[in-house]
Design a binder for this molecule. Structure first.
Ligand code: AMP
Ligand code: TRP
Length: 348
């Protein structure tokens, strides 16, 4: 894990992160985000806040009839992965109105020139930027608001979110400077690390594993059963070479690098430790072992997710409790923001 620089002493260590409810979560979400959320929950002295970012999800079309289920399913994945509502605040973004309110203020701080550089917007919009929602363009300003509403100091995310986090830091710094309030917002530290900060497609080692890839064979979903996981790993693209002795030997072999990184992350080892075990072996040996490790790690999570999904009222209760606790932190910070900007105080 990347060690973050100590944030300013003024601000207590607080972790915030979010996942969009836009479809079944993948092994990429799990290794890049959820598994690391749990690790940070267990770190002493860290307050941890994990959000389901439904307002981000609706920047692209979401079928209303499936959005609510998708929200509950991310909540179930959080809980099944080991997040504990007694130790972390787990809630849904739209249920805490400070996100939308501070989001507007952040969109007045961000500059169009900054937004125009965002590669994720360009990727999602493709050739058709004119037809995208205004929300998709403003997405990074809302993400900054998510973090700043809690004065969060540490943000665990996968590598694809690095640029958005830099923008969040720029927004925080510009707010502090424009309003003459140094240290008002801490500059949030991205926590991007571990052996699999960017899990790649099983079909193409140069593309990110993604919920939205048209090929289901490209990803492992947290809802896949053991046979499906094994079949996807068996059919994963590889090369004919044996595994190297050192990590440099994976250069130019994106598929091999990806599978070794996944094995390392799943078994809490480094890439070097995995290579020490498999150097000289081919994928005929490695793939079945990887499938075993993936099934052993994921099947208890999948089973717990379906148990939780059978009781949506219980999930809603956990989310309502989390929203009340999140609101209690964000409201007073929002009131300070209003004071600083020169707005009248929001109603209590
Ligand atoms: P999203 O599904 O876009 O809301 O992403 C939720 C979290 O999962 C973010 O921290 C992402 O960076 C992370 N993530 C998504 N896909 C991957 C991937 N293929 N590898 C690593 N992290 C990922
Ligand atoms: N943009 C993030 C993603 O797609 C999700 C997100 C929204 C987020 N708000 C956040 C992540 C705040 C970290 C902190 O993955």
């Amino acid at each position: 894990m990347t060690e973050a620089a100590a944030p300013t002493a003024k601000h207590r260590p607080r972790v915030f992160s979010g996942v969009q409810p836009t479809g079944a979560l993948t092994l990429g979400n799990y290794l890049g985000a959820l598994k690391r959320f749990v690790e940070m929950q267990d770190e002493a002295g860290m307050e941890t806040i994990y959000c389901i970012v439904d307002l981000h999800a609706i920047t692209v079309w979401q079928e209303p009839s499936s959005l609510r289920d998708a929200i509950r399913s991310v909540a179930a994945a959080y809980l099944a992965s080991g997040l504990d509502p007694a130790r972390s605040i787990i809630f849904n973004q739209s249920q805490v109105s400070a996100h939308a309110e501070l989001g507007w203020i952040c969109s007045c701080v961000v500059r169009l020139g900054w937004l125009n550089r965002m590669t994720q917007f360009k990727e999602k919009a493709g050739k058709n930027a004119e037809a995208q929602s205004g929300g998709l363009y403003m997405y990074p300003a809302l993400m900054a608001a998510d973090i700043l509403a809690y004065r969060a100091t540490h943000v665990p995310v996968g590598e694809d979110q690095k640029q958005h986090l830099e923008l969040s830091r720029d927004i925080a710094a510009k707010f502090n400077k424009d309003f003459g309030v140094p240290d008002f917002f801490p500059l949030p530290e991205p926590m991007i690390g571990g052996p699999a900060p960017r899990v790649m497609s099983l079909r193409d080692g140069t593309k990110k594993m993604s919920k939205s890839d048209p090929s289901d064979m490209s990803r492992i979903n947290l809802t896949d059963d053991a046979d499906t996981i094994a079949a996807k790993i068996r059919k994963a693209k590889t090369d004919p070479e044996p595994l190297p002795e050192a990590a440099e030997g994976l250069d130019g072999r994106p598929e091999a690098r990806n599978l070794v990184g996944i094995m390392a992350a799943l078994t809490d080892r480094t890439v070097e430790q995995v290579l020490a075990e498999y150097a000289g072996q081919g994928f005929g040996v490695f793939k079945p072992r990887l499938a075993e490790a993936a099934v052993a790690h994921l099947s208890p999570i999948t089973a717990e997710m379906s148990r939780l999904m059978a009781d949506p009222a219980e999930i809603d209760r956990i989310l309502a409790d989390g929203a009340a606790r999140a609101d209690a932190i964000a409201r007073p910070i929002l009131a300070e923001v209003y004071d600083t900007v020169g707005l009248l105080r929001p109603r209590p």
